[in-house]
Design a protein around this ligand. Structure first.
Ligand SMILES: [Zn+2]
Length: 71
């Protein structure tokens, strides 16, 4: 039994294409933009989330050192 490649449908011509395809082999539509945008949004979200945590940690560290230094 062979393991079939993951497949999806081209949103333009509805032919079956490989899921990782960046260009439809049937109608040659560019399928990379949608994925890139999704990943960019995901990266922006992740970067914002991480910098938020980092900022909070730095504030807490400063606050802690300020308290221990003053106390
Ligand atoms: Zn297509």
């Amino acid at each position: 039994m062979t393991v079939a490649r993951k497949q999806s449908k081209c949103p333009y011509c509805f032919e079956t294409i490989a899921e990782e395809a960046t260009r439809c082999k049937h109608c040659h539509a560019d399928l990379s933009k949608k994925k890139k945008k999704l990943f960019a949004n995901l990266n922006n979200f992740r970067i914002g989330f991480l910098s938020g945590i980092l900022f909070t940690l730095i504030i807490w560290a400063l606050f802690y050192f300020w308290l221990s230094g003053a106390g």
